[in-house]
Design a protein around this ligand. Structure first.
Ligand SMILES: [Ca+2]
Ligand SMILES: [Ca+2]
Length: 366
């Protein structure tokens, strides 16, 4: 059994989950039930650090971000996710590079080596691994070329600002991957956000709040389930000291803390009830704080209306391993500026926030 710890948070009220919707006729059937079950219309205060500005050129999302110690950020852009809107249906997804150190950072589209099927590229969760042996940078990208999942492994070529495609990973335990946390040049943990592959099963598991989703460890020699019982497992990240793994569960509204063992198995330390629809996670490299982007209103997210768009929220979680973790709101917007925030990462006093399908911003924290 997972033990739960609830975290209180200042003035922002939780917006409970409304599950993903893949087929609108199912939505019609279930919607009245869920509108009663989930509180999705509470008011909230807007909040913004100083000097928040848009990152020029990002108009189709930056669902996930990972920042190297030198401040170079990788971003996945252009995700087409079932049920969520996308604003460039004819464009394939892209990997972007952003130098967070720049006064006004501008993204560069990373080239991808020939032979990779760029036309079906649909990047989702990402994770970067630096090899101690030679400082090579490996970029792992969850890809959904159709409804399926692959994990694409690239080597970053900094001078050329490009990604050399090394291999495509497919496995029966990696069927609906949302995010990954790289732990070696060819190995990673992955979250599955669904259990069923067919549309009916995927809708049912979400509407019935079935905690069927899991975390899988992958290496070329071993693939195994290492944790289960999540309701839409989402962001996953290694702790600052690499001893722990943190997993966000969107519809459990929680973050789970696991201890990592030498054989890559995980044992649960605790669940922190965040009462938010938590998407991806980042770690502050200097403090170990956990940064997360949340969806304020699932109904707005998956029933997109440009006149009433889904909002964004960023939280910082300090002292996650202690008896008294501290959860702080850093950014809250009703969608008038940033819609559907999905990731928030920090580097050297600067916050970068990406979204599922909309824009990205950067803010100065100090
Ligand atoms: Ca990630
Ligand atoms: Ca995600």
């Amino acid at each position: 059994m997972r033990s739960h710890t609830s975290l209180a948070l200042g003035n922002c009220q939780p917006k409970q989950s409304l599950p993903l919707v893949y087929r609108f006729h199912f939505m019609a059937f279930f919607s009245s039930f869920n509108r009663q079950t989930f509180n999705i219309s509470r008011e909230y205060e807007q909040l913004e650090p100083p000097n928040c500005r848009f990152i020029e050129g990002i108009e189709t999302g930056a669902e996930d971000i990972d920042i190297l110690p030198n401040g170079l950020a990788f971003m996945s852009s252009g995700l087409k996710y079932p049920g969520a809107p996308y604003f460039a249906p004819d464009e394939h997804g892209k990997m972007l590079l952003l130098d967070v150190n720049e006064e006004e950072p501008k993204p560069v589209v990373l080239g991808i080596s020939s032979g990779f099927d760029i036309d079906s590229f649909n990047p989702h969760g990402i994770s970067v691994y630096i090899d101690d042996k030679d400082d090579s940078v490996y970029v792992f990208v969850v890809n959904h070329p159709k409804v399926s999942t692959t994990v694409e492994l690239f080597k970053f070529q900094e001078e050329e600002k490009s990604l050399l495609h090394l291999k495509t990973i497919e496995h029966e335990l990696l069927q609906s991957v949302n995010d990954i946390a790289a732990v070696g040049p060819e190995s990673f943990y992955a979250t599955n956000d669904h259990y069923f592959l067919n549309s009916l099963g995927r809708v049912a598991e979400l509407y019935l709040n079935l905690p069927l989703e899991n975390v899988v460890y992958y290496s070329p020699t071993e693939v195994k389930e290492v944790a289960t019982g999540f309701n839409f497992a989402n962001g996953i990240i290694m702790s600052h000291d690499k001893k722990y793994v943190y997993v966000a569960s969107l519809f459990d509204n929680s973050i789970s803390v696991f201890e990592k063992h030498a054989n890559w198995s995980l044992s649960q330390v605790k669940d922190l009830q965040i009462d938010k629809l938590v998407d991806n996670l980042c770690i502050d490299p200097t403090t170990g704080d956990v940064w997360m982007a949340c969806h304020i209103d699932g109904w707005q997210l998956f029933n997109y209306n440009p006149k009433n768009p889904p909002g964004s929220e960023v939280l910082r979680l300090q002292n996650i391993l202690s008896e008294n973790p501290v959860l702080t709101q850093v950014y809250v917007n009703n969608g008038s500026k940033l819609q559907a925030s999905s990731v928030a990462c920090v580097h050297d006093g600067r916050l970068v926030v990406g979204s599922v399908f909309h824009k990205a911003i950067y803010c100065d924290l100090e």
